[in-house]
Design a protein around this ligand. Sequence first.
Ligand code: DX5
Ligand code: ZN
Length: 215
Amino acid sequence: MPIIAPSVLSCDFANVQRDVEMINSSDADWFHIDVMDGVFVPNISFGFPVLKAINKHANKTLDCHLMIENPDQYVEEFAKCGADILTVHYEACTHLHRTIQLIKANGMKAGVALNPHTNVDVLKNVIEDLDLVLIMSVNPGFGGQKFIPNAIAKVKETKALIEGSSSNAIIEVDGGVNLDTGKQLVDAGADALVAGSFVFGSDSPSETITKLKGL
Ligand code: DX5
Ligand code: ZN
């Protein structure tokens, strides 16, 4: 069964506590937290005060996806705010190896995200240092976008890369996930699925999470 990580980006920000409690009592495994800086991506989401507020109520893993430039500058603060997994973008890190070590030195699991245009083989030299690879199946910045199908082939390539190494990294996919695309991703080897608008735009978010979990 896949790990299900509902994206808090699509929750009702006037009722964050209610939506956090819904995830707590659902079949979801993680909270997916999308942080955007308006520079790396053309959108701004939220930062530390909101993460702290979520952490106060959330009783599951906080899976933080940083869509920001200069992530090194903020790694320590994310650890203090309760992040369990910290994923940075390959495209935002000049010294990716150093950034990965910094995340681990701060007690968190380290992930690297790849934009739709970025080849999987750029991770060849760091795969054994990684806890998670995040394949973006949309261009990051917004919820509710259409799934880009090349993610399926990239999941297979990532799986081959991991299996050809001593890495235990988890493969997570983010963007446009629903029951149809989710099934294709799980069949291709995805371990974890992020879902935002499909969960929060449904009549029963909790039941939708259960359906994704059943894939
Ligand atoms: C996009 C974010 C996603 C987003 C997914 O930049 O990284 O996590 O919330 O939303 P959906 O599931 O609606 O595509
Ligand atoms: Zn995300």
